[in-house]
Design a binder for this molecule. Structure first.
Ligand SMILES: Nc1ncnc2c1ncn2[C@@H]1O[C@H](COP(=O)(O)OP(=O)(O)OP(=O)(O)O)[C@@H](O)[C@H]1O
Ligand SMILES: [Mg+2]
Length: 421
C-alpha cells in the first residue's frame, strides 16, 4: 500500500527545536565537536558586539565540505558514515539545533580544497516563518566570512541575530556589552573543561588549539595531574552489554590534594572548576574523549563537602550511547544500572580515601608517603589500594591505563584470553 507523505510544518518544528535545552557554552561545544570530527587542528571562536549586528563565529582548518556534502550537512537529520573510531557526531542535528538555539540565522561556509571556491548556505528563521518551507539560502554576504578560509580548507559557522544570547529587545549599550564579555568567559571555561584531553595533547591525535577572541585556551584538567599531591587510584575497565551492543567502560579515579597541599594557592583556586569544589566532585563522563557531564554522583551518593576531593573519570565507547542514554545536545548521560552495581565498591574506596584526606587537612603540610602518580601519561601506581606484587589484574590495569583509545578493545580482548587460560 502506498503511504501518504505528511511533511512537518517547517516553521513550527524549527521553532520547537530551538528548545532542546542547550545553553550557550554547550551549543558552542557542539560546533567544536564537528570541527574536531573534521580533523581541525586550530579552531577560532570570535565574537563581535555591535548591537543588532552582533555575531559569533567559529572557524576551523578542518577538511571542509564539498557542495553536496554541505547541502547534506544543512539538512536536519543529515546522513553520513559514523564508523570512524573517534567520530564525535551521531544524530545529524547538532550544527543546526545548537546554532538556532542561540541565534536566528545560521550560515555555514566551507572550502574543501585550496583551489576551490568558498560555498555557503544559511538557515534563516525569518525566511522559514515567511515561507513555511525547509529552504536554505545561498551565501550572499561574505563580509564576516571572507577573512577566514583564505586559500585554505576549512569551515566557518556564523551565528547572527543573537536573540537568545543577548536576550534584549534592543541589544545596545554597556550592560549588553558586559553580558557578551561574561558569556565569552563562560564559553572559555566550558570548552577548556570538555575538550581538556584534546587541548592538552594527551590523545593520539595532533594537539588541538582553540583561540577565543585571540586568547588561546588552556586545558582545565579536573584531576590536577600536574599537582605533586594528587593521587591516582587504580584504573578499572568494565565490559558492558546493553541490548546486544557491547562496549568498554574505563574508570579512572583521583583524589585531589587539600588546599594547603596544592603547589600554589592560585592552582587550588583554578582547580575549583566552573561549578566550584562541592559541585565538581564525583563523576566526569566522557564519550570517547569528549566530556559530556561533569560532577555529581549519578544517584550513587549525595554530594558532600567531606568527599569533595574525589573526582572520577568514566570513559565509554560510542557503542554504549544507548546504555548511557546520550541526548541530542550531548550534555547529559545516565549511569547504567548494571555499571552502578559494578563500580559501587570501588567508588566507596575512593570516597573513603577522599574523606580521610579531607580530615587530615591542615594537620600536615605535606603527606608523609611520597605521591604515587602525577603528571599526565604516567602509569598509575595506586597508593590508596596498596599493591606490593603485581598480579595479572594489576598488570591489566596498567596496560589499560596506557593504551590509546584505539587500542583499548584489542588490549581488553587479549587480556580476557590470558585470564581464561
Ligand atoms: N566544521 C565542519 N567541518 C566539516 N564538516 C562539518 C563541519 N560541521 C559540520 N559538518 C558536517 O555536517 C554534518 C552535520 O553536522 P551536525 O552537527 O548537524 O550532525 P552530526 O555532527 O553528524 O551529528 P550530531 O547531531 O551528533 O552532532 C556533519 O556530519 C559533518 O559531515
Ligand atoms: Mg555535530
Amino acid at each position: 500500500m502506498r503511504g501518504i507523505e505528511v511533511v512537518p510544518s517547517a516553521k513550527r518544528l524549527i521553532t520547537s527545536l530551538r528548545d532542546l535545552g542547550y545553553d550557550l557554552p554547550q551549543a558552542v561545544a557542539d560546533i567544536v565537536d564537528n570541527s574536531i570530527a573534521a580533523g581541525a587542528k586550530t579552531i577560532h571562536i570570535d565574537t563581535q558586539f555591535n548591537g543588532d549586528d552582533s555575531w559569533l563565529r567559529v572557524s576551523d582548518d578542518g577538511s571542509g565540505m564539498s557542495n553536496p556534502q554541505l547541502l547534506e550537512a544543512m539538512r536536519y537529520g543529515s546522513d553520513r558514515d559514523y564508523t570512524a573510531e573517534s567520530d564525535l557526531g551521531k544524530f545529524g542535528l547538532g550544527m543546526k539545533t545548537a546554532s538556532l538555539s542561540q541565534c536566528q540565522r545560521l550560515t555555514v561556509a566551507s572550502r574543501s580544497s585550496p583551489g576551490k571556491a568558498v560555498i555557503g548556505y544559511s538557515w534563516d528563521l525569518d525566511h522559514i516563518q515567511k515561507t513555511n518551507r525547509w529552504e536554505i539560502l545561498p551565501l550572499t554576504d561574505t563580509r564576516v566570512i571572507s577573512e577566514k578560509l583564505q586559500n585554505a580548507t576549512g569551515t566557518v559557522i556564523l551565528w547572527e541575530r543573537l536573540d537568545r544570547i543577548l536576550g534584549y529587545t534592543h541589544p545596545y549599550g554597556e550592560p549588553q556589552r558586559l553580558q557578551l564579555n561574561k558569556i565569552s568567559r563562560e564559553i572559555e571555561e566550558h570548552l577548556a573543561m570538555v575538550f581538556h584531553k584534546f587541548l592538552s595533547g594527551q590523545l593520539d591525535r595532533p594537539k588541538l588549539k582553540i583561540v577565543l577572541n585571540s586568547a588561546t585556551l588552556e586545558a582545565w584538567d579536573p584531576y590536577c595531574r600536574n599537582q605533586q599531591n594528587t593521587t591516582q587510584c587504580a584504573t578499572s575497565t568494565y565490559s558492558i552489554i546493553h541490548e546486544g551492543q557491547s562496549g568498554v567502560v574505563l574508570m579512572e579515579p583521583f583524589v585531589l590534594p587539600n588546599m594547603d597541599d596544592f603547589n600554589t594557592p592560585a592552582e587550588h583556586k583554578k582547580a575549583a572548576g566552573p561549578k566550584k569544589w562541592n559541585s565538581q566532585q564525583g563523576f566526569y563522563f566522557y564519550r570517547m574523549d569528549r566530556m559530556i557531564q561533569s560532577g555529581g554522583w549519578s544517584g550513587l551518593r549525595a554530594k558532600d563537602e567531606h568527599i569533595k576531593l574525589a573526582r572520577i573519570g568514566i570513559r565509554f565507547s560510542k557503542e554504549l550511547d544507548d546504555a548511557f542514554k546520550i541526548n541530542v545536545a550531548k550534555m547529559r548521560v545516565q549511569l547504567p544500572q548494571q555499571l552502578k552495581e559494578k563500580i559501587e565498591k570501588e567508588v566507596q574506596a575512593v570516597t573513603k580515601a577522599a574523606r580521610e584526606r579531607y580530615a587530615r587537612a591542615g594537620k600536615s603540610r605535606r603527606p608523609t608517603t611520597p605521591p604515587t602518580s602525577s603528571g599526565s601519561g604516567s602509569a598509575p601506581t595506586p597508593r590508596l589500594i596498596s599493591v606490593p606484587v603485581l598480579t595479572l589484574d594489576q598488570w591489566a590495569t596498567r596496560l589499560l591505563a596506557v593504551a590509546t583509545p584505539a587500542e583499548l578493545s584489542a588490549v581488553q580482548a587479549a587480556l580476557n584470553r590470558l585470564k581464561s587460560r
